[in-house]
Design a protein. Structure first.
Length: 580
């Protein structure tokens, strides 16, 4: 592998020496650029971008890779060409002064390139060889090939001279681009250039439903693998940007880090921590349910974390969104002023689907955001079918996952088959799906929020009432009453009734407690009276018993005295002590 070949993507399988074009996306599609030292044919209809792509190849080579180039124009003059590409920021005059670029306008006249009645390109070879040697050119462009062979009817001579031209370019060791007009039933008018070219790139500018879309396809590329699909490309003030689809493989790394949605209660429904960083979430619902408010809250939270956010608005202007969100306490203007929030507002019918995808791809590459919002995606239905919109979003989600960028889509739900298909198609692509619906009851329209799915995390299966206040967004537990789910004033009324009933029950309990206390006191008084009466009776009984015992003792004593007297016994005198 040559030093000029840059490894694009996770792995490069090509062993062919290549030259980087410097054109955004084209080097990824071709797995490293155009074949070094070989001719490449760029063909297409008028206005498809052949001249612009070829001159950008020359300019990028001179500026980025220090490879001088020669641009041979058979139609436009040097000053005309410089004026045409000045709007893209290409200063051809400066490059010519620095000897990095040489533009040679050749007016084709058959009388100048015919010798002895035969068609001969030897004069072109001499002139081109001098231009290459004068600046040491590594890149060459011939624009366009048809002018060399205009009016030539001899197919054998055409084939011979064409092969001579391609062989001569290979011998000079320059990487060449040759442009050609598309023919009827063939890639070029002569139908031969595509066979002798080592690489053939076809540009197409098609109009569907009054919307123009530019596409690129690598028809063939000898000696290397390459992307074979059609790729949309965009021409703007920065030149050409091609969206490589085949480089977006399903081998992206994922993060376990969680980020907040900006609504604390919603984070609670998502396991208490919010969404996965680098994931995708769809917020769908009918008109007026607060989808844009959720998206703005998500953007506001990202900017509060000092992360860059790009907001693709398809329905409202940035000033409308900023004004409307300020009414609910979300100040987006400060984030715009700080440079953390960038609005890209455009109507869907400005481009085709693929062109929108390229424009978004380029904007994301430029600003490198951590969070992207697309509001709403259902507007794309106006410029494409459901399947086309789904394919576009698949590519976008893959790209964002590869870049580890969190994205929130909003989608409008209607009572139509198309919108249901759109919701179902998109919801299967995203990691999380939040549905906001109207709940009509008791003459009111309130909002209910559901977490339909959230891959890889525990999430709530409850329906929560979604409330938009002057101070932001909040979720309230939906009350399940006797007649079903209650929201809004019906919920408040039911809660008031419950509070009233609770107060009545509490009062009844207090009265009951007081009655029980009174009865207890009466019973306790009766018990005390009975105890007192019992003690009196007990004392009286004890008194009679003692008197009887005393009488018995006295009677026994008297009886003993009488018995002694009858026996003649006298009382013994008390003994007195004598002193010795």
């Amino acid at each position: 592998m040559s030093k000029s070949q840059k490894k694009i993507g996770p792995k490069s399988y090509s062993t062919l020496a290549k030259v980087l074009t410097g054109i955004t996306g084209l080097d990824e599609i071709t797995e490293g650029g155009l074949p070094k030292g070989r001719p490449t044919l760029i063909c297409g209809e008028a206005g498809s971008g052949k001249t612009l792509m070829s001159i950008e190849f020359i300019v990028r080579g001179a500026i980025q890779y220090n490879e001088p180039g020669v641009f041979v124009a058979f139609e436009e003059k040097s000053d005309e060409l410089a004026m045409n590409v000045a709007s893209l920021g290409f200063d051809l005059k400066k490059l010519q002064d620095e000897k990095k670029l040489r533009i040679d306008h050749i007016h084709i006249d058959r009388s100048e390139i015919e010798e002895t009645g035969e068609y001969d390109l030897e004069g072109l070879f001499i002139r081109l060889g001098y231009a290459i040697d004068s600046i040491g050119a590594k890149r060459v462009v011939l624009d366009t090939l048809e002018n060399l062979f205009s009016g030539l009817d001899n197919l054998a001579v055409l084939r011979t001279e064409l092969r001579r031209l391609f062989s001569w370019l290979k011998e000079k060791g320059v990487t060449a681009i040759i442009t050609g007009e598309r023919g009827d039933g063939s890639l070029t008018r002569q139908g031969l250039e595509e066979y002798v070219s080592d690489c053939v790139i076809l540009l197409d500018n098609r109009v569907v439903n009054q919307i123009t879309t530019r596409r690129l396809r690598v028809v063939k590329y000898r000696g290397t693998v390459h992307g074979t699909n059609e790729y949309p490309f965009l021409i703007d003030q920065d030149g050409i940007s091609v969206l490589p689809v085949t480089s977006l493989k399903m081998a992206n790394k994922v993060s376990n880090k969680r980020i907040s949605t900006g609504v604390k209660a919603l984070d609670g429904m998502l396991g208490g921590q919010g969404l996965f960083q680098g994931g995708s979430v769809l917020v769908s619902g009918t008109a007026g349910t607060g989808k844009t408010s959720l998206a703005a809250s998500f953007a506001n939270e990202a900017c509060n974390r000092k992360e860059m956010c790009v907001y693709f608005a398809m329905e409202e202007s940035p000033s409308q969104i900023i004004r409307n969100m300020s009414s609910i306490g979300i100040n987006l203007q400060k984030h715009v002023d700080s440079g953390l929030l960038y609005f890209n507002a455009s109507r869907p019918n400005l481009y085709g689907l693929e062109m929108h995808l390229v424009a978004m791809h380029k904007c994301i590459k430029k600003y490198k955001p951590s969070v992207v919002i697309v509001d709403p995606i259902t507007n794309f239905i106006n410029i494409g079918s459901v399947s086309e919109v789904k394919n576009m979003l698949v590519r976008m989600i893959d790209f964002l996952q590869e870049e580890q960028i969190s994205v929130m889509f909003t989608a409008l739900s209607l009572n139509t088959i198309v919108s249901e298909q759109t919701d179902e198609g998109v919801s299967s692509l995203v990691d999380a799906w939040i549905l906001v619906r109207d709940i009509e009851f008791n003459g009111e329209r309130n909002r209910g929020l559901y977490v339909m799915k959230s891959r890889g995390m525990k999430h709530s299966n409850q329906v929560r009432e979604f409330v938009i206040t002057d101070n932001g967004l909040n979720l309230i537990d939906v009350y399940l009453g006797p007649d079903g789910i209650l929201t809004g004033s019906a919920r408040e009324q039911q809660l008031l009734l419950e509070k009233t009933g609770e107060a009545i029950r509490s009062s009844a309990f207090v009265r009951k407690d007081r009655e029980i206390l009174r009865k207890r006191q009466v019973l306790e008084a009766k018990i005390a009276s009975l105890n007192s009466e019992f003690e009196s009776v007990e004392e009286e009984l004890n008194k009679v018993y003692l008197e009887e015992e005393l009488k018995k003792q006295i009677l026994e004593k008297n009886r003993a005295e009488v018995t002694r007297m009858r026996r003649g016994e006298t009382k013994e005198a008390p003994k007195t002590s004598r002193k010795k």
